[in-house]
Design a protein around this ligand. Structure first.
Ligand SMILES: [Zn+2]
Length: 264
């Protein structure tokens, strides 16, 4: 894979899921945003996961052009999603800077009680429906339960974030109307199924993301991830789809703008 040449101008891209609100990145947001711009990453969603993460996501979105906030409690932190936290979130979600609810979902890798996760997940789905916002789904080792819950809730607008399943699972979510977001996982040698999923999906339902500071793509694997590196995710996806990086940057940006900003 070619090393990204930031001197070459590319089509603008949209990192649909990043955590500039994480301690690892929050100390230097301006620098990370500047670097993202050098890599033609002109828009991004900063995604919340707990009370502090949500507050920071809002602050960042208010300060920077091209940055939107997504707010929620990730499954791991659903034990903290008590009534006061729910009321606060419902209030924050009405902010102009907010373009989605999440991340929420189910994670059976960690040992947060399933009933607690389920209750928090359902509350997020209800909020998304009431406020007519797309929902950002975190699914880890919980495909069937996530799928069943989305289907039963008749939610058809959202993203399966950092997709890491099979082509069949991707198609099942896509059939519900969900977008599938590919992170650095698509560049990992041991993820041929994820690449097969990308090849099988309609381009209109594909997004890219970093999930920074986690999951740095090849050739940055093992380093702290940052929004600029969505350029490498795009490189990898372009190779997977036999398209140019400009084409992939272009259609994934348009998809994100359609979903989050209601325009093409
Ligand atoms: Zn995330």
């Amino acid at each position: 894979m070619a090393i990204y040449d930031s001197s070459r101008k590319r089509a603008a891209s949209y990192d649909s899921h990043t955590h500039l609100n994480d301690d690892k990145l929050f100390h230097d947001v301006a620098a990370y945003v500047g670097r993202a711009h050098e890599f033609d990453v002109m828009q991004m969603n900063v995604v919340g996961y707990d009370a502090l993460g949500n507050q920071r996501a809002l602050e960042i979105a208010r300060e920077y052009e091209g940055i939107q906030a997504v707010l929620g409690y990730q499954p791991e932190d659903s034990v903290d999603f008590d009534q006061a936290a729910q009321d606060k979130l419902a209030e924050q979600l009405k902010d102009d800077q907010v373009v989605g609810v999440g991340e929420t979902g189910l994670d059976y890798h960690w040992d947060t009680p399933v009933d607690v996760q389920m209750a928090a997940f359902q509350t997020h789905l209800d909020l998304a429906k009431t406020l007519d916002l797309p929902v950002i789904i975190h699914n880890r080792e919980a495909f069937q339960d996530v799928y069943d819950r989305l289907k039963a809730s008749q939610i058809h607008r959202g993203v399966i974030h950092s997709f890491s399943g099979t082509p069949e699972q991707a198609q099942a979510f896509a059939d519900l109307g969900f977008y599938i977001a590919f992170s650095g996982v698509v560049s990992f040698k041991k993820a041929p199924e994820v690449r097969a999923a990308a090849q099988a999906l309609p381009h209109e339902q594909i997004l890219v993301e970093t999930d920074a500071p986690y999951l740095a793509p090849v050739p940055k694997r093992g380093q702290t991830n940052e929004p600029a590196f969505v350029a490498y995710v795009i490189d990898s996806l372009a190779e997977t789809l036999s398209m140019t990086a400009d084409e992939v940057a272009d259609f994934t940006r348009k998809n994100a703008q359609r979903l989050f900003l209601n325009h093409d």
